[in-house]
Design a protein around this ligand. Structure first.
Ligand code: FER
Length: 291
């Protein structure tokens, strides 16, 4: 073998080794237990002016341990489900604990996480009939609020990197549908997209991605769902369409239903891939092979 073949083989093998070593399939015990002895990030509530809704709206912001105003961070927009609001992840998913623990192990690229209220209407509380037509429609309206009101606000108030390579969107259920709809509909704005147990608001594949080749510009397209979730078909049909069109993506079917046990595990896995040089195909193959 000549030298370049040896070098190429070496690179391929070491790449496989690294991805196999660093990518767990399931969060280890204690991943969501608060540890006193480590440095913690910080959660704040912010209020922004929404021209879309015509009100002041709230979002939570998690800044990472060791956050410095002088640095510049990538941003993850992390969206909630139909029964929630900007506090749903915080209350039920403790993302600040999961992420603090990952930072303590050096497993994350420092990022700011924005937890918005994805029900873009004047009364955006999760009260009354949460399935009412106007409330469900407000989850679609949030695309405008996010792009025209919230992102510009964050980019003015926080030291963040403002290009697509440094902007991610992910969410659970209705928020998963929003992430796929808004992320794939605005690939020039987002390079990292994740749908966790995406709900029926997920657009049909043809409508979601009329020009599938465009999705090759994504750094990460993550679709996950619990194997007991009755909403599986929305994730599966999306992944099938991507596969038919040779679009690199990760389709991760995990044990579980439609609940925070699954979504916390998704955040644990997904967050470690963000804003890094990753090989989706390799990770995907690994997830499939170790059933
Ligand atoms: C539906 C079933 C589930 C639906 C939405 C959901 C709008 C959302 C669930 C969630 O966000 O957890 O028929 O229709």
């Amino acid at each position: 073998m000549n030298k370049s073949v040896v070098l190429a083989l070496g690179l391929i093998l070491s790449g496989m080794f690294i991805s196999a070593q660093t990518f767990d399939k399931k969060a280890p015990q204690g991943f969501d237990i608060e540890k006193k002895e480590i440095i913690h990030g910080k959660i704040d509530t912010v209020t922004y002016e929404s021209k879309t809704v015509g009100t002041q709206r709230k979002a939570l912001i998690y800044t990472p341990p060791g956050f410095k105003k002088g640095a510049q961070y990538p941003v993850l927009y992390l969206l909630h489900g139909i029964g929630g609001d900007e506090k749903e992840w915080f209350r039920n998913g403790t993302p600040q604990i999961i992420l603090d623990n990952l930072y303590a192990q050096g497993k994350l690229t420092p990022m700011i996480v924005v937890l918005p209220n994805g029900r873009a209407m004047k009364d955006d509380r999760a009260t009354g009939d949460i399935m009412a037509k106007d409330k469900v429609e407000a989850f679609a309206t949030f695309e405008k609020d996010l792009l025209n009101d919230l992102i510009p606000f964050i980019e003015k108030k926080y030291p963040v990197k403002k290009n697509r390579e440094n902007r991610a969107i992910a969410g659970l259920s209705m928020g998963g549908g929003q992430s796929l709809n808004f992320g794939l509909g605005n690939i020039e704005k987002f390079a990292w997209v994740g749908g966790f147990s995406s709900a029926p608001n997920t657009k049909e594949p043809q409508q979601l991605l009329p020009n599938p080749a465009k999705a090759k510009e994504l750094k990460l397209l993550w679709i996950s769902c619990g194997d007991q979730d009755r909403l599986m078909s929305f994730s599966k049909r999306t992944s099938d369409y991507l596969t038919e069109n040779n679009i690199p993506h990760i389709f991760y079917v995990e044990p579980g239903g439609h609940d925070f046990k699954v979504w916390k595990n998704d955040l644990y896995l997904f967050s470690q891939l963000l804003f890094k040089n990753i090989d989706q195909q390799a990770i995907s193959a690994q997830l499939r092979s170790e059933k």
